[in-house]
Design a protein around this ligand. Structure first.
Ligand code: ADP
Length: 320
């Protein structure tokens, strides 16, 4: 708890800066603007936030970790997509501490894939999952309760069939659904507040292993005449999400829309939000239709080759 004047404290809380962790990665000018305080006040607040010199794993002293230590600590579980073929191109699934963007045209299956991940993340470790909870941030009103229930019941059925021991202590649909924390945001300010509030939410729900933003784009495509301001806000949001993924060891999935770009060969479909945004995500998965078949294309990854895999969406969810 920082010793702050009550008026300053309430301004920070109202903007979603509820913990010192939320303030660790914020720049003074950003804090001033987002919390509507002066730069001097922002500098005074940030001077109270403890900043230790940390090594690559968050250890207290830089240089105290070797590459071998890192490798040993690097046992990050992957969240399966429901499709073995898509998991293959992803090296097993969606990885924690990383931002994975899923882009595609409306109706191609981005929300289906996101809902599937929010269910699959909860598969217990003993049955091959990562056994975590999910936060689902819905900016478009596309989260469908009935559909999530259907996907959940299919996961429970397949665990019953595939996993010996599941029937002895089965998880119910209620177990899955009550570990999916939903947030509905309606405009860019609510979205920024939701991002700023993530450390608080994650402190309350320490089992969370996946955060889905469905979509990151919607609120930033409407009513944004000042593109420089948009770029600045997106960059600030991205920086905070990267810090959250790393500090809290969660996977972050960012659904993005696509737009058409005019090139010398005609129109090309590209992810929305522009060039600067395209550097933000660790992984980029493009989902598309071709000749009546759905495909996922890993277009960007720090450690995996580019690859494409077909998948289907059935009553049960995402499958091969
Ligand atoms: P996006 O988020 O990319 O706009 P969605 O994730 O909402 O798209 O995906 C919509 C697609 O999912 C549609 O092609 C629809 O046919 C398919 N879909 C939704 N529910 C089911 C279901 N119960 N069975 C089979 N396909 C479904």
């Amino acid at each position: 708890t920082l010793a702050l004047p009550p008026s300053l404290r309430s301004k920070l809380l109202a903007t979603g800066f509820c913990t010192t962790t939320a303030l660790v990665s914020v720049a003074p000018f950003q804090l001033a603007r987002e919390a509507s305080i002066t730069l001097e006040e922002a500098l005074a607040v940030l001077s109270l936030v403890p900043r230790t010199c940390s090594d690559h794993t968050g250890g207290p002293v830089a240089g105290s970790t070797t590459a071998w230590d890192l490798l040993m600590k690097n046992e990050r579980g992957r969240i399966e997509t429901g499709s073995v073929e898509v998991d293959k191109i992803l090296g097993g699934g969606i990885l924690s501490k990383e931002l994975t963007e899923i882009c595609g045209v409306p109706g191609v299956g981005k929300t289906q894939l996101s809902m599937q991940l929010a269910v699959n993340v909860q598969i217990p470790v003993k049955f091959g999952g990562v056994g975590g909870h999910a936060i689902y941030i819905d900016t478009e009103g596309s989260f469908m309760m009935e559909r999530v229930l259907q996907i959940t019941e299919a996961v429970i059925d397949s665990l019953r069939i595939k996993s010996p021991g599941f029937s002895a202590a089965p998880l119910t649909a209620e177990d899955f659904l009550s570990h999916m924390y939903l947030l509905r945001v309606h405009d860019p300010l609510e979205q920024l507040a939701a991002v700023n509030n993530l450390p608080t939410l994650l402190d309350q729900h320490k089992e969370v292993k996946l955060i889905v933003f469905d979509s990151i784009t919607f609120n930033f495509r409407q009513d944004f005449e000042n593109m420089r301001e948009r770029t600045r806000l997106l960059a600030s949001m991205a920086q905070k999400l990267m810090a959250v993924a790393e500090i809290y060891d969660v996977a972050i999935v960012l659904v993005n829309q696509v737009t058409h770009k005019v090139t010398s060969e005609g129109f090309r479909t590209v992810p929305a939000l522009g060039e600067s945004w395209s550097h933000v995500c660790t992984n980029r998965l493009m989902v598309y239709w071709m000749d009546g078949q759905r495909y996922a294309h890993l277009a960007k990854s720090p450690s995996l080759p580019v690859g494409t895999a077909p998948y289907v969406i059935t009553e049960e969810g995402v499958r091969d």
